[in-house]
Design a binder for this molecule. Structure first.
Ligand code: GLA
Length: 738
């Protein structure tokens, strides 16, 4: 049940679904107050339940003769600067006269039964009830609209500013959403890291003042994921309150919490205001990206479930929603740049024999690309390596009974390329200054339509007529020297946002022309793992770090927000190329099962025993993947807290489950452990791998599956021994219920 109710007498909006309520009200100065976001409430609701006028010392007050109405003491829905609220504002607009003051008053609202898409930007879609609250500033003639969409598992917010006046104004900040929570007893959970160690979980209690994460790199970044969770100190996976926010955007962002002296916690999220200034001409509109907000009172497991279900249904396009993803073989770690058609076909042939469904040709097939020094931007095939072109190769791969995938990095250019020679002006950067490189490459100015069109035209020459089923869209350099040669001086603050709009435009052009191509996004691994990308590319390369043990943390952290079906996960060679660790093929496979699944190694070099094991893994995953890609994910043990990790997936009907347990370092003489399973039907019996008789769901959930220890070096059980162990179980409901 989703609804939006407006109580005219109380001047209150109640947005509600089965799990959460969100309450907004019109204050006495006609600004909006934020009254509540939490467990779903029953009406009637009154303003007096949520707010009270307070007469406090050293405040500035709005109305003369009234010392108890100060915006600084209110909980606000979209706070403004300069008129009695001294905290951080959600927006800043510079007017024609140089003033940043504003007074946006409630004007009208609309409740709609359908959501309209955002043009040119990724957005949520599907069944929702929509509320649009229109505010107006009479002095600047600006219309500020706060838009809400109530879905089953989340509430989505965004903001639109329209210039109805005669003069241009400049937007310095326009957050997608802001809420003022009534207390500060929260911990902030963020997902931070760097290349090859993305989305590690960091949790810290809120303190007075501002705490924030952001990106000013032109991409959402591996350093801070554009998502944040606020949880109570006592909240665990299985109990307690939590609020989660995630931005549907891939560019610069800010997520910030400010705790004020009244213990109010102001949470806001949107495009980073740093280096941002948007000129809004008369008659024009500016739309912020959307922020997804969700709440639970029953633990992080449920919060993630809300995100996962929401993303699978309302971010990922309908076409890919319930489709299991092909098992792939990628040649990157097998060959790097050193390949030709024979080598590729040999790999593919071996892959086909093992049961692989999609062969992906990674970097190095185009231009003069024999190293990372050159080639990017020249999107024509290197016929020395591939004499039959992509067309010929893709047909050969298809003849082997596999789909064919291709790597591209459309936003970049190298020196000594045809593109750089012919269009040096396509570069992002101030021509009067030196431009910095990263991995020897430079960023193209995607804020320009002609640049986007040029790259599109190049790519269509390759893709038209070839049999390409999948694209891996990479991006390996963040934006430096953000400056566009085509924009006037007073619009240079628009470059970062216009750049990402250009990226979205190319995504849109490619997905429109090739609707059947599955796209996996990538940015040196997980450097752009966000909901904006997921709208176009339903899966993302989670990390360049393919070590199974490292992946425990990376995939665990990623799963806090994103569902398994979005996470690219491959089995790679040992010693591992990032950390040189040796792990068994079993452990590597068991970890990679929790994602899209594939291989990234030289299959021609594997022993026949290894090939047999891989064939079994592929068979196993084919049977398991509908469950893994569409079921609900549970985290049973955290690699951030213990030597062990345990994960689980259960389908919505509780018919079957897949459980995995991993131990990083072996210990001697350990006690027997019991792993309590979640989400089963307590009244039913389940067949469990390794047990002859079915076991009651209630026993599995309350007592658990037994994990017998295996001593180092001495095989006491059939399970693998030593460091980096893993075990998996498949649970299937028995027909006869208890
Ligand atoms: C990035 C990607 C890798 C691979 C290389 C190719 O690092 O994350 O998976 O595609 O580029 O250059």
């Amino acid at each position: 049940m989703k609804k939006v109710v407006f109580d005219e007498k109380e001047r209150l909006f109640h947005l509600k679904n089965d799990q959460m309520s969100y309450v907004v009200g019109v204050l006495m100065n006609k600004h909006l107050g934020h009254f509540y976001f939490g467990e779903s409430l029953n009406e009637p609701l009154k303003q007096s339940y949520f707010r009270t006028d307070q007469n406090k010392g050293l405040t500035a007050n709005v109305f003369e003769g009234n010392s108890s109405f100060s915006l600084n003491n209110e909980r606000l829905e979209y706070p403004c600067y300069g008129t009695t609220d001294f905290r951080q504002s959600a927006f800043d607009i510079l007017g024609e006269n140089g003033s940043t003051l504003s007074d946006f008053k409630y004007k009208t609202h609309r409740i709609l039964s359908e959501k309209t898409p955002l043009t040119g930007m990724p957005c949520s879609h599907g069944d929702a009830v929509v509320l649009e609250i229109e505010l107006y500033d009479d002095v600047m003639d600006l219309e500020l609209t706060l838009l809400y969409a109530v879905f089953n598992h989340a509430i989505v917010r965004r903001t639109r500013l329209k210039n109805d006046g005669d003069a241009s104004v400049y937007i310095d900040k326009l957050m997608s959403g802001s809420i003022d929570l009534p207390d500060n007893h929260w911990e902030m959970m963020q997902f931070s890291g760097d290349w090859a160690r993305e989305r590690a979980i960091y949790t810290s209690p809120l303190r007075p003042g501002i705490q924030s994460i952001y990106s000013n790199r032109g991409a959402s970044s591996a350093n801070h994921n554009p998502s944040l969770i606020l949880k109570r100190k006592e909240t665990t996976e299985f109990h307690g309150e939590a609020i989660g926010v995630s931005l549907i955007y891939s560019g610069n962002f800010l997520a910030q919490v400010e705790v004020d002296s009244n213990d109010i916690s102001r949470l806001m999220m949107g495009i980073s205001p740093d280096y941002f200034k948007w000129k809004l001409c008369p008659g024009k509109c500016f739309d912020s990206p959307e922020v997804v907000m969700t709440y639970t009172s029953t633990g992080l497991e449920q919060l993630s479930k809300n995100f996962h279900r929401f993303i699978r249904k309302h971010i990922i396009q309908d076409k890919w929603q319930n489709r299991v993803r092909p098992i792939l073989l990628n040649n990157w770690e097998a060959t790097y740049f050193d390949f030709d058609e024979d080598k590729i076909v040999a790999l593919a042939k071996e892959g086909a024999k093992l049961g692989v469904e999609l062969f992906v040709l990674d970097d190095g097939w185009f231009g003069n690309r024999d190293s990372d020094q050159t080639g990017l931007g020249d999107w024509f095939v290197n016929t020395q390596k591939l004499p039959n072109g992509i067309k010929g190769l893709s047909e050969k791969i298809h003849d082997l009974g596999m789909q064919f995938g291709l790597w591209i990095e459309p936003e970049m250019v190298n020196n000594q390329t045809k593109l750089m020679k012919e269009h040096p002006d396509f570069l992002m950067g101030d021509p009067s200054r030196k431009i910095s490189h990263g991995r020897n490459q430079y960023v193209l100015d995607f804020s320009r339509d002609d640049v986007v069109q040029h790259i599109f035209d190049q790519l269509t020459l390759v893709l038209d007529g070839s049999h390409v089923d999948y694209i891996k869209w990479d991006m390996n350099k963040n934006i430096t020297e953000a400056y566009s040669r085509q924009l006037p001086d007073d619009q240079q603050g628009e470059v970062f946002h216009r750049y990402i709009l250009g990226v979205y435009k190319l995504y849109d052009m490619l997905t429109t022309r090739y609707p059947n191509i599955l796209i996996e996004s990538c940015a040196s691994g997980g450097g752009r793992f966000d909901l904006g990308m997921m709208y176009y590319a339903p899966q993302a390369w989670t990390s360049d770090n393919t070590d199974a043990i490292e992946r425990l943390k990376i995939q665990h952290g990623t799963s806090m927000i994103y569902p398994l079906v979005t996470m690219g996960s491959h089995v790679s060679a040992i010693p591992n190329h990032q950390v040189a660790r040796m792990t068994s093929l079993k452990t590597r496979g068991d970890v990679a099962y929790f994602g899209t699944f594939g291989y990234e190694l030289d299959v021609t070099q594997m022993s026949s025993a290894e090939k047999n094991e891989m064939t079994e893994q592929i068979k196993y995953f084919k049977n398991m993947r509908r469950l893994i890609h569409t079921g609900d994910f549970y985290r049973l043990l955290s690699p951030f807290e213990t030597n062990e990790t345990a994960w689980q997936v259960v389908d919505e009907e509780k018919e079957e489950a897949f459980v995995a347990w991993f131990k990083v370092l072996a210990k001697p003489n350990e006690a027997i452990k019991y792993l309590k399973i979640r989400g089963l039907d307590e009244h039913d019996l389940y067949y469990v791998t390794g047990y002859d008789e079915p076991i009651s769901g209630s026993v599995l959930m309350n007592h658990g599956i037994m994990i017998r220890p295996s001593f180092n070096g001495v095989e006491k059980t059939k399970a693998p021994i030593g460091d980096f162990q893993s075990r998996v179980w498949y649970l299937k409901k028995a027909n006869n219920s208890q």
